[in-house]
Design a protein around this ligand. Sequence first.
Ligand code: SF4
Length: 214
Amino acid sequence: MKLWVNEIFYSVQGESSHAGRPCIFIRLTGCNLRCPYCDTKYAYDEGILLDMAEIRKSIKSYQCHLVEITGGEPLLQSPTRYLINSLLDEGYEVLLETNGSLDIGKVDARCHRIMDIKLPSSGEQHRMRWENLDLLTPRDEVKFVMGNRIDYEYAQDVLARYPFLLDRPQPPIFSPIFGLLDLKTLAGWILEDRLKVRLQVPLHKVIWGEQRGV
Ligand code: SF4
C-alpha cells in the first residue's frame, strides 16, 4: 500500500493543545480545497510515492513518538487511515490535521483529529462536512483559522449553532492567519466577548516564519 508523500520532517508542533512538543510531520500530497491564504501550496502536486514500510523506516530515525499526518488534505488518499492504524499499533501518538470537508468517521478513534471549520476568508466554508461534528471524540480538537472580523463573527455563529463545541475537553482554537490578523486584535475580541476558546499563537511561524520543512 502506497501514499504520495510531500515531505517528512522533525520539528516543534506549532498548533493545537500539543503546541511546543517535538513532533515528526508526515505531509501528504494533494488537497481538495484552495484556500487563498494556504501556506502549503507546494503540497498540492509535489510528492513521491512511498510504501508504508518506507514511511515507517524514515520516521524511526527521529526517535520521537509523536507523529502528525498533515497535508494538503491527508484524507484525500484512502491508504492514510491504514498508515494511522499501523502507527498507533506501533505505539506512536498520532495527530491528524484535516480540513473538515471529508468524512473523519473511518479514522481510528485513538488518533487525535484536529479539524478545521473553514471560514469566509478561505472561500471554502460551503465545503464543510457538518456531520463530522457528531463524530468528534474527547481527543479531537476543532480549529477556526481567521483573517478578519467577518471570519471571527462567522466562527461565533458556528459556536452559537453548535454550543457543545464549547463544552469539550479541548476548547475550540481561534488561530489568526499570519500577516492578515494580528494576535493582539484577536486577543482583544476574545476577551471582550468572554469567549471560552483557545487563542492559538502559530508557534512554528513565530520561530521560523515562512521557512519550509521545519
Ligand atoms: S485546506 Fe489546508 S492545505 Fe488545503 S488549501 Fe486550505 S489551507 Fe491549504
